[in-house]
Design a binder for this molecule. Structure first.
Ligand code: ZN
Length: 181
């Protein structure tokens, strides 16, 4: 593994320590960025160190007390910018943040698009197979439909990744429809 990528994994593991994922299995939070990187590598065949490092770090600004300056000092401006492109403005209401993800998707850089598609792939898989407590079928379907809209704005960067997302999202909607009967 590239040194920068490994340092990013260590940095993210430290920052997300003590956080758990929403699913019933309550996995450590770091499993999520690891899965996003695994998706980029295994499905998308992405090997660019800056993109993989930013993928490990993609939730540290949004979900931990990490500042942009800290990321810039350790990883430089290019990786910081990729992480910022994957970070929602938490001062905005949730509905507005979700709307902006759809609106802003087509304007993201190549690297940010890849990370965001892999992120949505992993989240759709979690919401379908291991949703958080309180995630009823309606809420899960709503999430999938929103994620599809975001990914539609990100398309055109990696055929394999986009096809894998499409398959997973459609399988997820079909599985939810069966549960709803
Ligand atoms: Zn994420």
């Amino acid at each position: 593994m590239d040194k920068t990528v490994f340092i990013a994994l260590m940095f993210a593991a430290e920052r997300h320590a003590n956080q758990i994922r929403k699913g019933k299995t309550a996995l450590p939070y770091i499993n999520h960025p690891i899965q996003v990187v695994a998706t980029l590598v295994e499905i998308g065949d992405i090997q660019t160190p800056q993109i993989l490092a930013a993928a490990f770090l993609h939730d540290v600004l949004e979900d931990t007390a990490t500042t942009p300056a800290e990321i810039e000092v350790v990883f430089g401006k290019e990786i910081l910018e990729l992480v910022q492109e994957c970070t929602d403005d938490k001062s905005l209401p949730k509905s507005e943040r979700k709307r902006l993800q759809i609106v802003n998707a087509p304007h993201k850089s190549y690297g940010a698009r890849l990370i965001k598609i892999a992120d949505k792939f992993c989240n759709v898989r979690d919401v379908t197979r291991d949703p958080g407590i309180g995630w009823d079928i309606g809420r899960r379907r709503e999430y999938l439909l929103w994620a599809i809209q975001v990914v539609n704005g990100l398309r055109g960067v990696n055929e394999a990744l986009e096809q894998a997302f499409d398959l997973l999202a459609h399988e997820g909607l079909a599985a939810l429809a069966v549960l709803d009967e």
